[in-house]
Design a binder for this molecule. Structure first.
Ligand code: PGA
Length: 259
């Protein structure tokens, strides 16, 4: 069975000092409350990532970056390479987030290149896909998600399926307080899993963690996690306060204990 991943995407929030303060509380919580099948991850800004690594120390918390350059090194002002992330080290990296797709022109072909530089450096990519409200209303959700998935994974080869994570993030649900219903989310998650089964094979597809992202919070987490193809959350707003985020980790642990 797949693990649950509770992943906090802090976006452009928290200074290095605030990051360390948060992680002191989070690591204490995670040392006292853990389940072998529940993984916890945080993605601070680049600026706080070294401090975050030290603050996590040996606690069961994974560290992620929010972005990476698709290039290996050289004259790319303002960019950070996968090998630099590896030197920290970071465990994971979010790519293709809708905010990067819309504000920084991150296309599927760039995501494909980012995926490969990450894998070459032993960092797990979290590949985000999702439709806009207009696309959903036009009944284009499935088409859009499949295209994003196919193009960003392109000719990728996987051995187990544990090398990558997919995050389904309907854009209309991100930061809006509106969450996809469990039925709406599960419909897309199961489509993604079927596509992955076709693209790789059913065994590999069964191992790939598919996160839901978009206004996930304590009040809706349990019903989302109850869906067979939802393996955790990529959590923005609700990951910024330790009290709320640890509550969500607790919900994931309870879900695993029940199953
Ligand atoms: P949200 O963000 O939980 O604040 O909607 C999720 C995300 O963008 O990853």
């Amino acid at each position: 069975m797949r693990n649950i991943l509770v992943a906090g995407n802090w976006k452009m929030n928290k200074t290095p000092g605030e990051t360390v303060e948060f992680l002191e509380e989070l690591t204490n919580y995670c040392k006292q409350n853990n389940h072998p099948e529940v993984e916890v991850m945080i993605a601070p800004t680049y600026l706080a990532i070294s401090e975050a690594r030290k603050a996590i120390a040996d606690a069961p918390v994974l560290l992620s970056a929010q972005n990476v350059s698709m290039n290996i090194n050289g004259a790319f002002t303002g960019e950070i390479s996968a090998s630099m992330l590896k030197s920290i080290p970071v465990d994971m990296c979010i790519i293709g987030h809708s905010e990067r797709r819309s504000y920084h022109n991150e296309t599927d072909s760039k995501i494909y290149r980012k995926l490969h530089v990450l894998l070459a450096n032993g960092i797990t990519p979290i590949v985000c896909v999702g439709e806009t409200l207009t696309q959903r209303k036009a009944d284009e959700t499935m088409e859009v998600v499949i295209e994003q998935l196919d193009e960003s994974l392109n000719d990728l080869n996987l051995v187990t399926g544990k090398e990558i994570v997919i995050a389904y993030e309907p854009i209309w649900a991100i930061g809006t307080g509106v969450t996809a219903s469990p039925e709406q989310a599960e419909e897309v998650h199961s489509l993604i899993r079927r596509r992955l089964a076709k693209r790789f094979n059913p065994k590999i597809a069964e191992n790939i963690i598919i996160l839901y992202g978009g206004s996930m919070k304590p009040a809706n987490m349990e019903e989302l996690l109850a869906c067979p193809n939802i393996d955790g959350g990529l959590i923005g707003g609700a990951s910024l306060e330790t009290e709320i985020f640890t509550k969500m980790i607790g919900i994931a642990i309870e879900t695993k204990k029940r199953n």
